[in-house]
Design a protein around this ligand. Sequence first.
Ligand SMILES: Cc1cc2nc3c(=O)[nH]c(=O)nc-3n(C[C@H](O)[C@H](O)[C@H](O)COP(=O)(O)O)c2cc1C
Length: 162
Amino acid sequence: MAKVIIYYSQGGKTDLIARVLGNRLNADLVRIHDLKNREGFKNKLLSSLTSFRESKTDIVPANVDLTGYDTIYFGTPTWSGNPTPAILTIIDRCDLRAKDVILFTTMDNSRAEGTIERLERKVKLRGARVIESFAIPTKNKTPEQLVNDTETMIEMKDLRMY
Ligand SMILES: Cc1cc2nc3c(=O)[nH]c(=O)nc-3n(C[C@H](O)[C@H](O)[C@H](O)COP(=O)(O)O)c2cc1C
């Protein structure tokens, strides 16, 4: 069963989690980069607003070839209670028919349900079957704690099964 983890990360925490998942689950990784400048206070505010509005953005890679993959993970930080523009943009370009999808988000301390629900709605529109989802809070956690939390999630959700 071939797996791929498609994710966006601005500050590196979702990236670390995706890399641990990729390593432990033997999955390929595709990191989506957002070409908009999101540094600084003003841009952070705008990022929150664009997430809230579910706006699209310019991304690299622009597309991902999912041929040959059975299970697709989508991972994103939560911004303003929502998925990031970069992950919503790539989802809208994916043909997810007959694909099993696993969704995950990272966040400081807000509830993750909003992000997961929006992701779920989007991937289902593209034909996906959502088989699992999870959230990993990252605030004040060391890289070692994040690795540990990810390994715990793999066991808890039985992710090796897919
Ligand atoms: C623009 C912006 C908006 C954010 N909004 C939220 C939020 O609504 N709730 C929350 O718990 N964390 C929020 N965060 C924190 C991130 O979701 C959290 O730190 C995440 O783990 C960062 O992942 P990354 O390091 O992969 O970018 C926000 C961060 C940014 C930059």
